[in-house]
Design a protein around this ligand. Structure first.
Ligand code: AMP
Ligand code: GLY
Length: 429
């Protein structure tokens, strides 16, 4: 089969690495890819993920059999609809269903229709309504831009003043452009967060093992929110059994509503959950793998990923098609100083060989390129995701940190506490 992966991050490196292990994969292209994907024996092709027409033309020209979008942008722009018009299978939801991530107001409406537990909210589209909603809900509360805002459109506000200011910025000053034309203003939930991803074949949700992301830039969850500074799987807070039950409450009902709307959901539906005292509640849906959750999850996946994706696209997934290693996987993101704000580029990355030589370690590239001289240089805020497997969480954590220490990248940083929440929970058990 000819496969085309879309994206350029650590998630896409992991997807390419796993897809390439399949006997079904004859040739893999990645658009645009990165320095790490180029090392996997696949071909990087210079298309942007939002160039839908260019990608369709390329897919036709190369007789692509399966397209695998990594990020949400091409999905919300309708890549699945465009590829299916051209008769090309695409592992993801159509544009209607992708609104689950593209519009927080849409996601809330679907959750209400599907009776999924989530924070109480009000959707507003004028400053007057916003200020009234804030006064009505009371602090603490959360102000969210409706549309895609590169992970920055959510402000958790401890005071009413902060909430009014956030609403002013989004609706009054258009800090997120049209993404902030509508706001979701919601109750602030308390608890530990966990990610539950499901493979979906249009009708049914098949839960993956749980994972936990680390969104804050610095240790002890301090500093600004990032795309994710590290992740591990499984998260002791949500066992496989419990995860399947939570998927029945929070993902399956959404698939049922979307199918009844004539838009069966294919691909990954990712529920970002808050484990509250009143049970798990959905904070958000993503319509794709998380980055960096994808890296540890795929390190644990033992099934053929090409076959799993085809089964989803063709509506014939089964529970036993999905086999995961009982081991724990943990990934540490190495980022450029300044990230998630402005950061230096072209930092030379050394020590990749010695890190990769360690047992059960895989170094996924997030923002890298290979220079003409063969030197790997950074291009992104997130540079690498160093991922290790271990027989338990402590061993995976120790091995991943051992690998990180082999690297030498000037002006870079990483969190030193990835996995600690899980370690604490296990020691209390
Ligand atoms: P979202 O993009 O909606 O997942 O929001 C990003 C982050 O904001 C989440 O990972 C949470 O840490 C936080 N967050 C979002 N919604 C809420 C909420 N209702 N209560 C508390 N924290 C929230
Ligand atoms: N790591 C969170 C996300 O990919 O949205």
């Amino acid at each position: 089969m000819q496969i085309l992966v879309l994206g350029s991050g650590g998630r896409e490196h992991a997807l390419v690495w796993k897809l390439a292990q399949s006997a079904l994969a004859a040739k893999i292209y990645v658009a645009p890819g990165n320095g790490g994907t180029a090392l996997e024996g696949v071909e990087n092709v210079p298309y942007k993920v939002d160039d839908i027409q260019g990608l369709v033309r390329f897919a036709k020209e190369k007789a692509i059999d399966l397209v695998v979008p990594g990020p949400e942008l091409p999905l919300t722009l309708g890549i699945v609809d465009a590829m299916s018009k051209a008769g090309i299978a695409c592992f993801g939801p159509d544009q209607y269903a992708a609104q689950l991530e593209g519009s927080k107001a849409f996601a809330k409406t679907i959750m209400q229709r599907a009776s999924v537990p989530t924070a109480d909210c009000l959707v507003v589209s004028s400053l007057e309504e916003a200020h009234a909603a804030i006064a009505r809900l009371g602090a603490p509360l959360v102000v969210k831009a409706d549309g895609l805002a590169a992970g920055k459109g959510v402000v958790v506000c401890q005071s009413l003043d902060e909430a009014h200011a956030a609403a002013d910025a989004m609706l009054g000053q258009h800090t997120f452009g049209h993404a902030g034309d509508r706001l979701v203003i919601e109750e602030c939930l308390k608890g530990e967060e966990v990610s539950l991803l499901c493979f979906c074949d249009g009708q049914k949700a098949y839960a993956l093992p749980s994972a936990q992301d680390h969104k804050a830039a610095f240790d002890h969850d301090q500093g600004p929110n990032t795309g994710g500074m590290g992740a591990y799987s499984p998260a002791p807070i949500l066992s496989m059994e419990a995860g399947r039950e939570v998927a029945r409450q929070t993902v399956q009902p959404v698939l049922d509503v979307l199918a009844s709307d004539g838009h069966p959901f294919v691909g990954i539906l990712y529920a970002g959950l808050m484990m509250t005292d009143a049970g798990p509640k959905v904070l958000e849906y993503n319509v794709r793998f998380g980055d960096p959750e994808c890296q540890p999850l795929l390190m644990r996946l033992e099934s053929d990923l090409v076959k799993v994706m085809l089964d989803c696209v063709e509506g014939r997934m089964t529970e036993d098609a999905l086999v995961f290693s009982p081991k724990t996987a943990l990934g540490i993101v190495v980022a450029a100083e300044g990230y998630p704000g402005s950061y230096a580029r072209d930092l030379p990355i050394n020590g990749l060989d010695s890190a990769s030589k360690l047992e059960d370690v895989k170094v996924f590239h997030s923002g890298t390129r290979c220079s003409e001289q063969g030197q790997i240089l950074s291009t992104g805020g997130r540079i690498l995701c160093v991922t290790a497997l271990g027989s338990d969480l402590l061993k995976a954590q120790a091995q991943a940190y051992r690998a990180v220490k082999q690297l030498s990248i000037p002006r870079s940083f990483f969190r030193t506490d990835i996995g600690n929440k899980g370690v604490k929970r296990l020691s209390q058990a």
